[in-house]
Design a protein around this ligand. Structure first.
Ligand SMILES: [Fe+2]
Length: 255
């Protein structure tokens, strides 16, 4: 599909023009390729035909298209201190002739998925087709973010770069709003994050936002949940929250 080529060319051009951000951009490019593959894998599990799988794969590849512009303009990937990269991505894609040339439904599905892939909660009122692909890319994206965070904790000990941008405390404490969300089996709110432990728990709370059993299976197979839990301090309060997470995932593994 032409859009795959367009995206790879766009990424390569941005990398060439902004060597200072080369490393950050290459990481995003690799992430986009993996999310694209996750979309195809989950899509296969869900029984999508060739054409629908191809659309899913394109959405996965393009979902973070605005990351390149974001890091050049703001020197950051943290939306709260820069720009909403989902909305910016959809706005930019709207201007791309290859996107304009898509069938109207495919175009609407693509733009909807890119625009809302990073929203705290998916919008409720969209049409079923668009809602399906949005769920798919949100799951695929989160699965790769779990992978990336695991790697960051293994290699860099300090966890995510966002801990610096958000000026998080090292105290081994859980902010009450984060604990409350996990007890209620809801994704934790970013605005409440105050400590590194909060941020890690917030990532873990994304299991409540995964839509498909195939995504939970993917997560369980790779062991990322267990690895991330291992990075948390061992306090009774945290153990209780983690037990809740594990039993939720165990139930969801059965389709
Ligand atoms: Fe994103």
């Amino acid at each position: 599909m032409g859009l795959k080529r367009w995206f790879l060319r766009h990424a390569a051009q941005m990398v060439r023009q902004h060597p200072r951000h080369r490393r950050a951009m290459m990481l995003k490019l690799a992430h986009s390729v993996r999310v694209s593959r996750n979309c195809a894998d989950i899509g296969t599990e869900l029984g999508l035909d060739r054409e629908r799988r191809r659309l899913a794969r394109t959405i996965g590849l393009l979902h973070d298209v605005a990351r390149f512009e974001q890091v050049v303009r703001y020197d950051s990937f943290v939306d709260s201190v820069s720009v909403n990269h989902g909305a910016l991505g959809a706005d930019r894609l709207q201007e791309v002739p290859l996107v304009q040339a898509l069938a109207a439904t495919d175009r609407a599905v693509l733009l909807h998925a890119v625009r809302h892939h990073n929203a705290a909660a998916a919008p409720q009122d969209s049409d079923p087709g668009a809602a399906f692909y949005l769920k798919l890319v949100r799951d695929a994206d989160k699965l790769d973010i779990f992978r990336v965070i695991c790697m960051l904790h293994r290699t860099n000990n300090g966890g995510e770069p966002a801990t610096e941008a958000l000026q998080l405390s090292d105290a081994p404490q859980v902010t009450p709003a984060i604990a409350a969300a996990i007890r209620a089996q809801r994704p934790a709110p970013m605005a409440a994050v105050q400590t590194r432990v909060d941020l890690l728990l917030l990532r873990l709370s994304w299991v409540f936002d995964l839509s498909f059993a195939a995504s939970h299976q993917h997560l369980a197979r790779r062991g990322h949940l267990t690895q991330l839990v291992g990075c948390l301090p061992k306090t009774q309060k945290i153990e209780d929250l983690v037990n809740g997470l594990h039993s939720y995932v165990a139930k969801r593994l059965i389709p």
